[in-house]
Write a protein that binds this ligand. Structure first.
Ligand SMILES: [Ca+2]
Ligand SMILES: [Ca+2]
Length: 129
């Protein structure tokens, strides 16, 4: 009876189209450069990479780099940190500058904020033939 229940549950999961969850993979490329790759990513989402030095409760996750649409590979420079932990999160504001990606001039750069377009010519109120 218990085995029958387990088989039913597995078949139900297959019918729902469940897939393996995304996996984060860290690869050493050269002296102090690493690649973080997200395998089996969710479709249609953007990711950001966060880093922390340790898993102690006082050490929090810190934004490291934001991704663009469909980006699943990130180059990371070791910098001054000789060890650390990384996580990938889905994001709407991938550079954590408080401007969502659909309004951000560059959502992978926290120094570039909201996109604004200024039209200098024709001047306001002009009639354009
Ligand atoms: Ca942003
Ligand atoms: Ca930005």
């Amino acid at each position: 009876m218990a085995l029958g229940g387990a088989v039913t549950a597995l078949a139900g999961m297959a019918m729902l189209g469940r897939t393996d969850p995304p996996v984060l993979r860290l690869m050493h490329l050269s002296n102090n450069v690493f690649q973080i790759a997200i395998t089996n990513p969710a479709v249609g989402v953007r990711y950001q990479i966060q880093r922390r030095e340790s898993l102690t409760p006082t050490n929090q996750w810190v934004w490291l780099v934001g991704g663009t649409n469909t980006q699943t590979s990130f180059l990371i420079n070791e910098g001054i940190f000789l060890s650390g932990f990384y996580q990938a999160l889905t994001c709407a504001d991938c550079d954590s500058d408080l401007v969502d990606g659909d309004r951000d001039g560059n959502d992978a750069d926290p120094n570039i904020l909201e996109l604004a377009v200024t039209i200098d010519d024709p001047a306001n109120g002009s009639s354009v033939p």
